[in-house]
Design a protein around this ligand. Structure first.
Ligand code: V47
Ligand code: SF4
Length: 381
């Protein structure tokens, strides 16, 4: 574990950095201004040591993954986010795909006898796929496989679904929860600040709307994740503003499991002229998120987007979770230019990747209960 002496050496004579390091070592929270200062002045070794100190204090060298699979009901979407390489506008829907309930249940049946613990269901916002459709889907999946945890629907999909059904957020969530929905994924958050949201995702749920849905889910006893799409036209202050909203909500509800920074990829979308962030900036992003979000238990690197080597590297910069053995062909990232064209990794590959980084691999369920600890690769089964 990094000691304060080393960190103070890295801070050199910068009094602000010294004060931030001392705060972190005393278990104190850093301010927004200090968060922005870290983005502007904290070099990689400094923020990396600090983030690693927090990561090891919280989790030692345990690094989590889960066995899950994704279902993408459709890539047809009524919205037109500028960064999206995946969706087909409703007007051009013949170019997209739309799965029927039976087709999706068949995907679930394809995992019969396999030790997956979670299905992650997200997709575009199709006006014909409404509350009734999704309630039936969830009920059928649960009836077929009651032990499978259903993590489904971004706040964007939910907001649209509830408004169409003329339901309040509380009522809509309650109905889906009763049907078998157990947690919400973190998508759709992008950047909450209206100045940026307006430019990149102006026609979907606002930042406040996203937060309201997650708060209501937490009140119902569901857990959720939070994402942030970074490395495009936002400034450091917008990243801190975003994380501030999340930190405040977490203080109130304690319902977030994990924060997932998502690196903007620029292929095949309306923001292809925007340069992608460097690996150094990606690692600084993880580290500063780990330092700033003191009340989030976990920080996840989503390897299909980041690439497996960078995901492995991130384990030294605050990350303690590298998502799952995504055993399918999730398309949103390969279409946006991720080098991971077929994002599948076997459990063995994931465990080796974690062990190569000198960490201990732990298979978890959605709520981070430990299923199996892999102390060495020989313990694979
Ligand atoms: O909200 C879309 C992002 C998100 C691009 O909760 C892009 O466990 C980068 O949220 N470049 C959806 N990112 C995916 C998501 C997610 C993924 C994995 C795990 C979890 C979880 C949630 O994908 C969208 C958007 O922010 N996205 N296009 C792009 N060009
Ligand atoms: Fe639709 Fe989501 Fe793509 Fe936006 S990011 S256009 S909401 S699929």
């Amino acid at each position: 574990m990094s000691d304060l002496h080393t960190i103070l050496k890295l801070a050199s004579t910068d009094n602000q950095l010294i004060s931030i390091a001392e705060k972190v070592y005393n278990g104190e929270r850093i301010s927004d201004q200090e968060g922005i200062y870290l983005f502007e002045h904290g070099d990689l070794p400094f923020v990396g040591h600090l983030a690693n100190y927090i990561r090891e204090k919280k989790h030692g060298d345990l690094t989590y993954f889960n066995r899950n699979f994704h279902i993408e009901p459709t890539n047809v979407c009524v919205f037109s986010c500028k960064f999206c390489s995946y969706s087909k506008l409703y007007a051009n829907r013949e170019e997209g795909w739309e799965l029927s309930i039976d087709q999706m249940v068949d995907i679930v049946k394809g995992y019969d006898g396999k030790p997956v613990t979670e299905v992650h269901i997200v997709g575009g916002v199709h006006p014909k796929m409404n509350m009734d459709y999704f309630k039936e889907l969830i009920r059928k999946i649960k009836a077929h496989r009651p032990d499978l945890h259903i993590k489904a629907f971004t706040a964007v999909e939910l907001d649209y679904m509830f408004r169409k059904a003329k339901l309040s957020v509380d009522e809509g969530l309650k109905q889906l929860h009763d049907a078998g929905l157990q947690s919400l994924p973190g998508g759709g958050a992008e950047i909450f600040h209206p100045e940026i949201r307006e430019q990149i995702a102006g026609d979907k749920v606002s930042g406040e709307g996203w937060l309201q849905i997650h708060e209501a889910a937490h009140q119902l006893g569901m857990h959720s994740n939070a994402t942030m799409l970074y490395g495009h036209v936002e400034k450091y202050e917008h990243r801190i503003h975003h994380m501030r909203q999340l930190r405040d909500l977490q203080d109130k509800t304690n319902g977030f499991n994990t924060f997932i920074p998502l690196k903007f990829r620029n292929a095949n979308n309306d923001m292809s002229d925007v340069k992608e962030s460097t690996v150094i900036e990606d690692m600084r992003m993880y580290a500063i998120a780990r330092i700033y979000l003191d009340n989030f238990p976990h920080l996840k690197a989503y390897w299909p987007m980041l690439g497996r080597q960078n995901a492995q590297l991130s384990l030294a910069f605050g990350v303690n979770d590298i998502d799952g053995t995504i055993d399918d062909s999730t398309k949103i990232y390969s279409m946006a230019g991720s080098e991971e064209q077929t994002p599948t990794m076997t459990t063995e590959q994931l465990v080796i990747l974690i062990h190569q980084a000198k960490r201990t691999a732990v298979e978890r369920d959605t709520l981070y209960n430990k299923i199996k600890i892999y102390t060495d690769t020989n313990s694979l089964s």
